[in-house]
Design a protein around this ligand. Structure first.
Ligand SMILES: C[S@@+](CC[C@H](N)C(=O)[O-])C[C@H]1O[C@@H](n2cnc3c(N)ncnc32)[C@H](O)[C@@H]1O
Length: 411
């Protein structure tokens, strides 16, 4: 056995679902391993605190291990749990979240909302174009693994990937592109080609071959350009009509997003609502439909425009969309609210936002997050709240991620 190959027994899971063992008393993270497994691993990296390892041999395999469905699993960095069944994945995610909550003294229930589909649920994918391939990033690397399907995405997305690949191959134009984003919603595909040079590409062949409703955009030099936009993505959902912008933030799992929004609506208190990090305004619209007044704050230009459009299309008189940074707007917002909703990016709340939330006058806080670690960090800094209920929404099955929501009431 070389110095790099070590024996290990897995006894726990880390926050991305990777197995945890010890080598010479130092913690070692081993992706795609299961508690109880005895393995030979190769050290991939090591610092003063921990080691990262890669499985090279199974000496004892867990009974829980199942065959991953995706041929790229463990090579592409997207999924973390395909070697376990979905029930086991949910069990681990809930356990990891409950351990984080325990650190701030919460020992109560976590309401789990599973995804109706653990495969074929994603309405969106970001692909990388490198060395004549279209694919996903290899785990812990900038290299790209060539893929012809992604099993957590809707089937239509995989079909579109294959046809783009054929088009690039036929026209020898892989080098023109760095990234591709594909969104598939309401039977309409949106493709954004991220180009690295300014030159004309005739997409007619691709459009004909796709044989479905499609919009094509190019993104170059920090600007988005319409290339073929005959199929406006007009969404009708929960009594709201709105036009989706190609580059705004949108939840990737439609069923779980509906479940999340319904649970936010069920937990609202009072009539005056502040919706921070409000995205394209869909949630704000749903709240207004319940005859409540909403002030929404969103930094992104595309998201803000989408929210304004939604407001006018649906005649939502009681919606005010403010465009800007919550960290700049909240400290000067001298108003009273009944409920404040925050749904920040993974990094969580800035210190200035936390201190504003501690000063603002309101009764209830609904904190939605896609990173339970920053959520718990921020909750520890908020003063004078009781936790009313806690939810885990499995927005991203098979991956190490999940969405969570904590409802708090001021003491
Ligand atoms: C997780 S998304 C939530 C979107 C929305 N709640 C939804 O469900 O569609 C976070 C949103 O916060 C916005 N954002 C990021 N930083 C911000 C900031 N400092 N102030 C206001 N909005 C911000 C992003 O543009 C994004 O739309």
């Amino acid at each position: 056995m070389t110095d790099k190959i070590k024996d290990i027994t897995i006894f726990d899971y880390g926050y991305d679902g990777e197995g945890v063992g010890k080598i010479d008393n130092k913690i070692c993270f081993v992706p795609y391993s299961i508690i109880g497994e005895q393995l030979k691993i190769e050290k991939i990296s090591e610092n003063s605190n921990f080691i990262r390892g890669r499985i090279v041999q199974f000496d004892k395999t867990s009974d829980l291990r199942v065959l991953p469905r995706c041929p790229y699993f463990a090579k592409c960095g997207g999924c973390a749990y395909q070697h376990l069944n979905y029930e086991e994945e949910i069990f681990i995610k809930k356990d990891l979240f409950s351990r984080q909550l325990k650190k701030i003294g919460y020992l109560g229930d976590i309401i789990v909302h599973k995804s109706p589909q653990d495969y074929f649920y994603r309405n969106k994918i970001k692909l990388f174009v490198k060395n004549g391939t279209i694919g996903l990033k290899i785990r812990s690397s900038n290299n790209v693994i060539d893929i012809d399907k992604c099993l957590i995405c809707k089937n239509e997305i995989s079909e579109i990937i294959n046809k783009i690949d054929l088009f690039f191959k036929g026209n020898k134009i892989y080098d023109y592109y760095d990234k591709i984003e594909i969104l598939y919603k309401n039977n309409i595909g949106i493709i954004i080609f991220y180009k690295n040079r300014e030159n004309d590409v005739n997409y007619q062949g691709l459009i004909l071959n796709l044989q479905r409703k499609i919009n094509i955009y190019e993104f170059y030099d920090k600007k988005i350009y319409n290339v073929y936009t005959n199929n406006i993505l007009n969404i009708k959902n929960h009594g709201l009509t709105f036009e989706m912008s190609p580059k705004g933030f949108h939840q990737v799992n439609d069923d779980v997003a509906d479940d999340l929004y319904n649970n936010i609506l069920n937990n609202l208190y009072g009539e005056n609502i502040l919706n921070c990090y409000s995205g394209g305004g869909f949630l704000s619209g749903l709240i207004c439909k319940q005859n409540k007044k909403v002030i929404a704050i969103e930094l992104g230009e595309q998201e803000h425009l989408e929210a304004e459009n939604l407001k006018y299309q649906n005649k939502l008189k009681h919606l005010t969309n403010l465009r800007g940074d919550c960290g700049k707007i909240l400290p000067d917002l001298n108003l009273n609210f009944d409920t404040v909703i925050v749904d920040p990016p993974r990094s969580g709340l800035d210190k200035i936002v936390v201190s504003s939330l501690n000063k603002l006058n309101y009764k209830r806080l609904i904190y939605v997050s896609c990173d339970s670690a920053t959520l718990v960090r921020d909750l520890a800094l908020l003063n004078d709240f009781n936790i009313l209920n806690v939810h885990l929404f499995d927005m991203f099955p098979r991956t190490g991620e999940y969405e969570c929501m904590v409802v708090l009431q001021k003491k």
